[in-house]
Ligand binder design. Structure first.
Ligand SMILES: *Cc1c(COP(=O)(O)O)cnc(C)c1O
Length: 397
């Protein structure tokens, strides 16, 4: 039978019934080791008892009231995020793209409120992904996503990462901000060197620009710090966060300094669903765990175990796995075979991984994985790599 859904996704022929920790159980009963975590979303794995308890408790009390009223759970989550970061204020929404829309609006309003409405342009970087709304598509700059949807939203200029001559040339009297993922996710787990992030900060300071970091994928412990930019010592003025902050519940947040958000007043921006009590209860529960004693240490330690095992895998299959990239539990394998073929072979071995740009597959396991999960995942990657290795040899003969 044909599907009643708009055919915008190339879905694998696989449906799941339940999950537990790093494991998913298919409707057929087969168990899959989940090293995709719903694209870096299920940071605490599936059916984490603390999240289940927080959600069910809140579900019996109050789901939604609208932003016409105070929402104490949101005040609390905002305070905790602000206390744990560079930021002074938070705006809650429901997705990464919305968090970036808020970031773009805050940056433009910052200059407009100072009498410079002509400063609205934002410089972004090749390989970026910022979302699928019309403005965030223009920010991401990928032609294949933009084409056919009418005029591209105005005000975004793109340069290659690391090309500082092009960047300086792109900065003009209309520039409001630079926007970057500290590690490009969809683009292929491309880590922006810390020295480059420092130069971006210096350029922003020299030209009166705001630095926006898109930590939708890198945030909430994924790299072993609460936010990936902490590794570089560079702080942004505005930051978007989503994916991991809801642990699977749709939740996004845009964080900013008081100064960056100076133009935003009652009525400047809004959302119906954003920050409702149900979402806030889950977000607070995620932070209970991620900010808990030793949690980020665990992520760093287990990431090291994974990295060492992956290096050995690469040595055994250099034709298949060419390079290992990333930080913490955001890992990219740059492949010598098509990444979709590799992901399919991993799925045959009952391991879920996620293709990305630049012929990379991403390993984005739940942050709660243990050493046994990591060993099991690498065994299954080994099986996938071996089958592709023999297929390559077969083709060469
Ligand atoms: C996923 C992602 C987005 C978009 O998030 P949605 O929730 O799909 O709107 C934006 N930026 C980055 C870096 C992402 O990884």
């Amino acid at each position: 039978m044909t599907s009643a859904l708009l055919p915008t996704y190339a879905r694998a022929p696989l449906a799941f019934e339940r999950g537990e920790g790093a494991w998913l159980v298919a409707r057929s009963g087969e168990r899959y080791l989940d090293f995709g975590a719903g694209i870096a979303v299920n940071g605490l794995g599936h059916a984490h008892p603390h999240l289940v308890a927080a959600l069910t408790e809140q579900a019996g009390k109050l789901w939604h009231v609208s932003n016409l009223f105070e929402i104490p759970e949101g005040e609390r989550l905002g305070r905790r995020l602000v206390d744990a970061s560079f930021a002074d204020v938070a705006f809650f929404c429901n997705s990464g793209a919305e968090a970036n829309e808020a970031a773009i609006k805050i940056a433009r309003k910052y200059h407009a409120s100072a009498g410079n409405p002509e400063r609205y342009r934002i410089v972004t970087f090749e390989g970026a992904f910022h979302g699928r709304t019309l403005a965030t598509l223009a920010a991401g700059g990928q032609q294949k996503y933009i084409e056919g949807f009418g005029p591209k939203v105005e005000g975004f200029d793109q340069v290659a990462t690391g090309d500082f001559a092009a960047l300086e040339a792109a900065i003009g009297p209309e520039t409001a901000a630079l926007m970057i993922e500290p590690i490009q996710g969809e683009g292929g787990v491309r880590v922006i060197p810390h020295a480059d992030l420092r130069r971006l900060r210096e350029l922003c300071d020299a030209h009166g620009l705001l630095l926006i970091m898109d930590e939708v994928q890198t945030g909430v412990g994924r790299t072993g710090r609460l936010f990936a930019h902490e590794w570089s010592g560079v702080t942004p003025d505005i930051m978007s966060v989503a994916k991991g902050i809801g642990g699977g519940f749709p939740l996004g947040v845009c964080l900013a300094t008081q100064e960056a958000a100076r133009g935003m007043v009652a009525g400047s921006h809004g959302t119906t669903f954003g920050g409702n009590p149900l979402a806030m209860a889950v977000g607070n529960a995620v932070l209970d765990v991620v900010l808990g004693e030793g949690f980020l240490d665990h992520v760093q330690r287990i990431a090291l175990v994974l990295k060492q095992k992956l290096a050995a895998l690469r040595d055994r299959h250099p034709g298949v796995v060419q390079e290992i990239r990333g930080e913490g539990l955001m890992v990219g394998l740059k492949l010598g075979v098509p990444n979709t073929a590799f992901a399919a072979a991993a799925r045959e071995a009952r391991l879920l991984v996620i293709p990305a740009g630049d012929n990379v597959v991403r390993l984005l396991p739940p942050l709660i994985v243990g050493e046994a999960d990591v060993a099991e995942a690498v065994d299954r990657l080994e099986a996938a790599a071996s089958s592709l290795d023999s297929a390559m040899r077969g083709a060469a003969e």
